[in-house]
Design a protein. Sequence first.
Length: 152
Amino acid sequence: MVLDKLANASRYYSLHPLFEQAFRFLQETDLMAIALGNQAIVGKDLFAIISEGRGIPEKDARLEVHRKYIDIQYVISGTDHMGWKDLVQCSEPNDPYNPERDAAFFPDKTNNWFDVPAGSFTIFYPDDAHAAMATEETVRKVVLKIAVEAGS
């Protein structure tokens, strides 16, 4: 898991062949004007999900993981309150992995909570169980989905 500011994005370009393109999308797009919903960038290998809304109370947040995609979650406005737990410390999912939605959900809770203010991002890999939008604040954000194995 990574938490950093968009100004430092170039530090992460070498971690995946599509990270530079993903971060350039965040840097070069008018994210306040872009329509909510899905935005294709590189077919199914790299796409954005733009959302805006109120979150949920921390107690109701569910940890999730993905297998096919890495998440870069960038906060445009507001502050997203997120949780993290290492997947190996999670119990069995109470909502098993579904390949169509690329997600499994866990009954576990975490004590690892942190705020992600506007202008900052997180990177969650497939072994990072995470819970986002654990805030009652209105947050506008972009979740970039990057295929773990681009081109497959």
